[in-house]
Design a protein around this ligand. Structure first.
Ligand SMILES: [Zn+2]
Length: 369
């Protein structure tokens, strides 16, 4: 492993100031203020370094992250719980914005799309997988919230782009969403399967119209848990109607859209993406399937990336991790390293688009140098 040029560069070249160097600097300069300023500047310049030889000017953007204080109940209380609290790190460590910013610095990732939600937005999987009783107390399994996640968006406004989950069944929908729009929201996320709603639900239509009025382009869609009232074929049909009714918005399938059970089916989804890209040029697909893998270099994720690249084109595939849910599968920098070492079929320009350029097109945001 240590023979790999990337690992060598990564392990030594990108390391923060080594202690002996810092000690020598301390001896040379007696001004504490100078040391502090210099150290901060050096760390910042190292953090901004491009670790994997990306295109000059290219920015790496992770298009799918969350912050989680904790997600579990004590194992003794629910002995049948599927997840082992000592395997998935988010069941026993906090994964907040401070931690992710440092991981992003280490990996050379400039920004990330923070996807926020509350326990009520993910009530179905919490009941299915964590036996939640929706009590909303500190004992509830999902000890996190949109407010908690936004604390870190506000602390690092240059590092996190905010996307909020749409749950059309919440109380005071219009008021709550009007408040979100006023806090620099950049994209919305639909979860129709998980929340068991149609895409022409009146609150979904309202929010798409609000996005159009407010110049928000990004509509992310996750079709997980398509095993309740609507089938994959139902949602494909509803997607054609929704996208034709709002052609100026940009749509992105999360978790590739079709590569795991209980999501959409592959052929109709690829047909739909290519149909609308010929018609309006408004569909992207995120990879974000690391959770299907167990170890570096994440072969399932790589195969899924190649399938999208081959079938929808290099300008339409968007890199995403879904941190921290994938935190027990690899170190954060390895998710970038895997692209660099294994997506060798991409040209340097295509790789730069996959790792960030396509995300900016989808969000209709300018590049930050
Ligand atoms: Zn996620």
């Amino acid at each position: 492993m240590s023979g790999s040029p990337v690992l060598r560069e990564y392990g030594w070249g990108a390391r923060l100031i080594p202690l002996p160097t810092l000690r020598r600097m301390t001896l040379r300069m007696s001004s504490r203020r100078w040391i502090l300023k210099t150290t901060v500047a050096t760390i910042a310049s190292l953090a901004a370094r491009r670790l994997f030889g990306q295109e000059p000017g290219a920015e790496v953007i992770d298009m799918h992250v969350h912050f989680v204080r904790k997600l579990t109940t004590p194992q003794g209380r629910h002995p049948e719980i599927r997840d082992n609290p000592l395997v998935s790190h988010w069941t026993w460590h906090e994964h907040n914005g401070d931690l992710l910013v440092q991981e992003m610095n280490r990996a050379g990732v400039g920004r990330a799309l923070l996807k926020t939600f509350n326990a009520e937005d993910i009530a179905y999987p919490l009941r299915q997988d964590f036996h939640s009783d929706d009590s909303g107390t500190d004992e509830a399994p999902f000890q996190s919230s949109e407010g908690y996640m936004l604390e870190y968006r506000d602390k690092y406004p240059d590092r996190f782009i905010w996307a909020a989950t749409v749950n059309p069944s919440i109380e005071s929908f219009h008021e709550r969403w009007t408040a979100k729009f006023s806090r620099n929201l950049r994209a919305i996320v639909l979860f129709p399967g998980l929340q068991d709603h149609r895409l022409d639900h009146e609150n979904v239509t309202w929010i798409l119209e609000e996005c159009e009025k407010r110049g928000i382009k990004g509509v992310l869609m996750s079709f997980e848990n398509v095993n309740r009232s609507h089938t994959s074929a139902d949602y494909i049909e509803q997607l054609y109607d929704m996208i034709d009714a709002h052609p100026n918005l940009h749509y992105s399938f999360m978790h590739t859209g079709y590569q795991v059970p209980h999501t959409l089916e592959r052929e109709p989804t690829l047909r739909l993406i290519n149909h609308f890209n010929e018609k309006y040029g408004n569909i992207w697909a995120q990879t974000g399937n690391y959770y299907l893998d167990t170890r570096y270099p994440f072969p399932t994720q790589l195969a899924g990336t190649k399938d999208l690249y081959d079938n929808i084109g290099a300008d339409r595939v968007v890199w995403a991790t879904d941190w921290p849910w994938i935190e027990n599968i690899g170190k954060y920098y390895q998710f970038v390293q895997s692209v660099e070492e294994h997506c060798t079929y991409m040209s340097p320009a295509e790789k730069a688009k996959y790792l960030g350029g396509n995300a900016l097109d989808f969000l209709a945001l300018p590049l930050v140098q």
